[in-house]
Write a new protein. Structure first.
Length: 242
């Protein structure tokens, strides 16, 4: 069986914010976009640089587990304790542990780069609090449209890496009545190199999620871009997450 992909809180954040703000009228929020244009520009510039990077990044999740994200374009690997996602020019792998054996679906790859569905799958494997930087940019954009919301910049050093952070507060206005999954605030940090440094969020019900970079290297082990020895490989025409 493949890992069941839970719907991370971050997906709820993006969907709820987008729906709530568009309902208020996009043109009416034009000034908010202007006020936050520099924040969005800085983050977009960083994300653009990251697409060509070779690196390995380790993150700690809320339950203390470690997940690893490695990239050597066009190859990408996301590795957690019992699951992994691997994207190469030739194939895509989605792996999970079954009866102590790592079993990997293998699908031929016709894409030159990962698409949004691949990024969403990786975020789901990371669990609540893990976002790909592209999703983080979307969250900032959506938050900047919420009436009365405030988006502020700051800088941090995370795992020895300089990072720029955006904190959004006052997001309650975008929540539907009785929707406890909607965010009331979040902070996302992207390093100077362009990778996710940290993400924390609090829902209107008080649920907190978060993930933080703990180790970074500008190199990647090529062995990460293939299933490990002993893994069971199942050829499929299309990856089927469950």
């Amino acid at each position: 069986m493949t890992p069941r992909i839970s719907r991370p809180l971050v997906v709820v954040l993006a969907t709820t914010l987008a729906a709530g703000t568009l309902g208020c009228g996009l043109l009416n929020q034009a000034q908010d976009l202007v006020n936050n244009a520099q924040v969005l520009s800085d983050f977009a510039d960083r994300l653009g640089k990251a697409q060509t990077l070779t690196y390995t990044a380790d993150y700690v999740t809320p339950d203390g587990a470690t997940v690893t994200l490695a990239q050597q374009p066009p190859n990408t690997a996301f590795i957690a304790k019992d699951t992994r996602f691997i994207f190469t020019q030739e194939a895509i792998f989605l792996c999970s542990t079954e009866q102590a054996v790592l079993t990997c679906q293998k699908s031929p790859n016709s894409q030159s780069t990962m698409d949004s569905s691949d990024a969403q799958l990786m975020g789901g494997l990371g669990g609540p609090g893990f976002v790909m930087p592209e999703v983080a940019l979307g969250l900032i954009l959506a938050a900047s449209l919420v009436p009365g919301a405030k988006v502020e910049q700051s800088t941090q050093t995370i795992a020895g890496q300089g990072a720029k952070c955006a904190s959004a507060t006052g997001l309650d206005a975008a929540a539907s009545p009785g929707d406890s999954d909607s965010p009331k605030e979040f902070t996302v940090c992207v390093t100077d190199a362009g990778i996710l440094g940290s993400f924390t969020a609090t829902s209107t019900a008080g649920e907190r999620v978060g993930i933080e970079l703990t180790k970074y290297s500008d190199a990647a082990d090529v062995a990460l871009f293939a299933p490990p020895a002993g893994a069971k490989i199942v050829d499929v025409t299309q990856i089927q997450p469950s």
